[in-house]
Design a protein around this ligand. Structure first.
Ligand code: F6R
Ligand code: ZN
Length: 191
């Protein structure tokens, strides 16, 4: 087992910038246009304004072995595609029995979770919220505010990421703007 020396990375709560980030991932609208219920709206935005940044992840890379605790920040920009708020792709962990903790740093949003057996949970998150993603729950975060929504994630290194099921089926519920407020609706494209 490789020896990892202790380290500290400074986190900027407003931007999600990590002083010791080993990687930065940017997800743009073109990376996930088909994940939005209104894919036509996504295509229109790309044609009219270009390829919008939806979210950015900055993380510390650690070996994928028992006991290592990778961690990262995610910054979701504000905005909507049609009436659906900017969101992450979302995933199950490849090892379904691995959970995760999210901690809100700035802005506001929600965490949508679901299990393969049909349960759904939507939890609000603000700066200071510690949200628990239990084992077996797929998870996606959504920016419900007009500012960036930034949070910190901590998980076990062997969890792995399974994006395929969500790319294929989506989540059962969507969070959309109705009369200026967030509302949960059934996903017409689910499954
Ligand atoms: C890690 C985790 C988060 C997300 C990040 C981006 O297990 O859940 O750090 O990876 O918020 O979302 P995805 O991975 O769905 O693109
Ligand atoms: Zn995860």
């Amino acid at each position: 087992m490789p020896h990892i020396a202790p380290f500290v990375t400074e986190v900027d709560f407003a931007s999600g910038e990590l002083s010791m980030a080993d990687y930065v991932i940017q997800r743009r609208l073109s990376d996930m246009a088909s994940m939005y219920a209104d894919e036509a709206a996504a295509r229109r935005i790309m044609a009219e304004e270009g390829d919008r940044l939806i979210y950015e992840v900055q993380g510390v890379e650690l070996p994928a072995e028992e006991g290592q605790i990778p961690h990262c920040t995610t910054r979701i920009t504000p905005g909507r595609i049609g009436d659906e708020y900017h969101m992450t792709k979302g995933h199950y962990h490849a090892r379904r029995e691995q959970g995760e903790v999210y901690f809100g740093l700035s802005g506001r949003g929600c965490l949508v979770m679901q299990t393969e057996s049909g349960e759904t949970s939507v939890q609000e998150m603000v700066a200071g919220s510690a949200a628990y993603v239990p084992p077996f729950w797929a998870h996606r975060t959504i920016n419900l505010g007009e500012e960036d929504f930034v949070f910190f994630s901590i998980w076990e290194a062997r969890a792995g990421h399974d994006y395929g099921a969500i790319e294929r089926d989506g989540f059962r519920v969507l969070v959309v703007m109705r009369d200026g407020q967030p509302a949960m609706v059934d996903n017409p494209k689910y499954g």
